[in-house]
Design a protein around this ligand. Structure first.
Ligand code: HEM
Length: 438
């Protein structure tokens, strides 16, 4: 039986790997894969991970029996709640996905086309010529607008603004250092970081409870937002989603669906302006649609689609699709003991020169030249835990990017060397992404 190659496992190396994982996981994975081969064992202070970027191993992990591939751990529980689909396993996970998937299905996206276009126009409405435009703040506003309208059917601007503040406080209240430090997650006389986070979380849950109560009090056949559909949904035994689970699913959708799309959209705008050929080709594709393009037409543009995929390749938001083995399982000819975390590392696969020649180059044309398999391109993860919002995100990215570019012109600004760095379980740009408005 094969033994997987391992990085050195003494305390010094475990400490070094733990630090490397927090600081620059991509660089560390690349160095270790080059030194030890793929897959390799990565010993950290917590535990030893099995890491792979090899498409055939990644595909095997995604195709495995879902009952073997449990969710990684409860690290995200304070953020998403223990009723969240993200933390569910086995039959419970499958049941939850059956309820959550239909309201987020690709066919329903068309209902949100105008919501997305309006949110895109309004997020960039006050941009003035010559201004330095910080992209992420605006794309966050845009994606939160979309999510609260799509999920709750919310239209009152004051209520939407309140949601913005409360969700922002929750996300900022739980930075990576607090998320990964359970020993700091305790009250400190009402003034510590954990107390602050809990207050923000309570405010969000109160808002969500109000939305649930409002939707129940005013049942409306015409309502087609996600909440209305979830309230009406029944599982195969005829049971509705229990209230505490509904609450955690709603906060999961708001948190998982907001920051991810916002960061990808900000990267797309920034990367296009660093790569003039790709931008010119996109402007040529958009030109016939005018300054207020029809969303249905935007959704069919091939170069726009390729630009979004290439952005998700070079700047994937979730860097590791971790799974915890429920029992012993075989990978690359080696038996991996149950309880081990196996981790497809997106940045290894997406930057493999055999799959993506000259991988550091932003080149959307590669997505027109060939189709990538689920083990080769997986910004939305894969298998039984693949992102439930992938259709919505892909549609929103295209519509928002096309709408913003049709109405505005920008020039590159400032620093060229902005990296995609780990920020807890997701990634973020290492510096603010800015463009100059023309
Ligand atoms: C560009 C935007 C997005 C990216 C890159 C993204 C990426 C991901 C990834 C990588 C996962 C984990 C998959 C795995 O472990 O295999 C995930 C899970 C999930 N995402 Fe997204 N996501 C995005 C947008 C959204 C949106 C808009 C929603 C919903 C409104 C959403 C809802 C979810 C949910 C509910 C899960 C958990 C699925 C499960 O555990 O079964 N995501 N997403």
């Amino acid at each position: 039986m094969t033994v997987l190659p391992s990085a050195p496992a003494d305390v010094l190396h475990r400490t070094k790997h733990t630090y490397g994982l927090m600081r620059d996981a991509t660089r560390m994975f690349r160095t270790l894969a080059a030194r030890h081969g793929d897959p390799f064992l990565l010993p950290t202070l917590d535990e030893t991970y099995v890491v792979t970027g090899d498409p055939k191993h990644v595909a095997a992990i995604f195709a495995a029996d879902p009952d073997v591939m449990d969710p990684p751990s409860g690290v995200v529980e304070p953020l998403l709640g223990n009723g969240s689909v993200v933390l569910a396993r086995g039959a419970r996970h499958r049941r939850k996905r059956r309820v959550l998937a239909p309201p987020l299905h690709g066919q329903r996206m068309k209902a949100w086309a105008d919501v997305i276009a309006t949110a895109a126009r309004s997020a960039f409405a006050n941009v003035r010529s010559g201004e330095s435009v910080e992209l992420l703040t605006r794309t966050q506003r845009l994606s939160l607008d979309v999510i609260v309208r799509a999920i709750f059917g919310m239209t009152d601007p004051a209520r939407i603004a309140l949601f913005h503040r409360v969700v922002g406080a929750v996300i900022e209240g739980l930075p990576a250092w607090l998320l990964f430090a359970p020993w700091l997650q305790r009250p400190m006389f009402g003034v510590g970081p954990w107390d602050r986070y809990r207050r923000a979380e309570r405010a969000l849950l109160d808002l969500l409870r109000e939305e649930i109560a409002r939707a129940r009090a005013t049942p409306d056949e015409a309502r087609d937002d996600v909440l209305a559909l979830l309230l009406a949904a029944r599982d195969e035994d005829g049971a509705a989603l229990p209230d505490d689970e509904l609450l955690d699913e709603l906060r999961t959708l708001v948190i998982a669906g907001h920051e991810t799309t916002a960061t990808t959209l900000a990267w797309a705008l920034w990367l296009l302006h660093r790569n003039p050929d790709a931008l010119v080709r996109l402007r040529d594709e958009l030109a016939p649609l005018g300054r207020s393009p029809d969303p249905a037409a935007l959704a069919t543009l091939p170069w726009l689609d390729a630009v979004c995929d290439e952005t998700l390749r070079v700047a994937p938001i979730v860097p590791i699709m971790a799974r915890r083995l429920a029992r012993d399982w075989e990978l690359a000819g080696a038996v991996i003991p149950g309880g081990t975390m196996v981790c497809p590392a997106v940045m290894l696969t997406h930057f493999d020169p055999a799959l993506y020649p000259d991988p550091a180059r932003f080149d959307p044309a590669r997505f027109l030249a060939r189709r990538y398999t689920p083990g080769e391109f997986y910004p939305y993860g894969g298998g039984a835990r693949r992102c439930l919002g992938a259709s919505m995100a892909g549609y929103e990215l295209k519509l928002a990017l096309g709408t913003v570019l049709a109405a505005h012109r920008f020039a590159p600004l400032g620093d060229d060397s902005i990296g995609n760095v780990m920020n807890g379980i997701t990634t973020r740009p290492s510096k603010p992404l800015r463009l100059r408005a023309l």
